[in-house]
Design a protein around this ligand. Structure first.
Ligand code: Y43
Ligand code: MG
Length: 199
């Protein structure tokens, strides 16, 4: 049995404004008072893990310990079949210190030249950590294809080049509510809610 979140304040342990916005959207129906790591001036931990789950755990634990509150982290990324899963856990790092996803998306496109497999997944590991060190982790994916050139301005990160399976538009072109009905983050969140939130 997973440990339950009892309600009240919860730290959203992310420094990515696009993600914080999406997690706040997903939390809205629940009795949760979300505060972000940025609001609390929490440091951004170094992501030394080699898996999404490891990085999610280290980010959530760091925020829970520093704040004394339960903390929810998200470690996520884009995995391209033709690139053997790259950028994967390095998805944020491909955008460089300036966090320029124009550069990161161009790199995906350049490295895919000559390969004829457009398949890709977004992956999201969510970790809910308590100040005593207990953690719960949930990981989910969404399948799609890489589409070039980038289209749409509604999302963040690699959304303009990711078209989810069965759809004709990219996440960048999709209304947030529609992305939340199918995304890797929304799917992992559903697991989190089922296991850790009171109904
Ligand atoms: O729905 C998504 N739509 C587009 N791009 C996405 C998505 N989900 C993850 N991504 C990409 C961009 C992000 O920068 C990277 C995650 O890297 P990741 O280390 O987990 O997050 P981050 O460094 O941006 O913020 P933080 O670690 O403070 O939560 O993968
Ligand atoms: Mg990060």
């Amino acid at each position: 049995m997973a440990r339950k979140f009892e309600g009240g304040r919860l730290v959203v342990a992310s420094h990515n404004p696009g993600k914080v916005r999406e997690i706040n959207d997903l939390l809205r129906p629940f009795r949760v008072e979300a505060v972000s790591a940025g609001d609390l001036n929490l440091p951004e931990p170094e992501e030394t893990g080699v898996t999404f789950a490891e990085n999610a755990i280290l980010k959530a634990k760091a925020a829970a310990e520093a704040s004394g509150l339960p903390a929810l982290s998200d470690d996520s990324g884009l995995s391209v079949n033709a690139l053997d899963g790259a950028p994967g856990i390095y998805s944020a790092r491909w955008a460089g210190p300036g966090k320029d996803f124009g550069i990161a998306m161009k790199r995906v496109n350049t490295e895919m030249v000559g390969k004829d497999d457009p398949r890709a997944q977004f992956i999201c590991a969510l970790c809910l950590a308590w100040p005593d060190g207990h953690v719960e982790v949930f990981e989910r994916t969404v399948d799609g294809v890489i589409s070039w050139p980038p289209t749409g301005t509604k999302g963040f990160g690699y959304d303009p080049i990711f078209r989810p399976e069965g759809h004709t538009i990219t996440f960048g072109e999709m209304e947030p509510e529609k992305k939340h009905a199918m995304s890797h983050r929304a799917r992992a969140f559903e697991q989190l809610v089922d296991n850790c939130f009171q109904k």
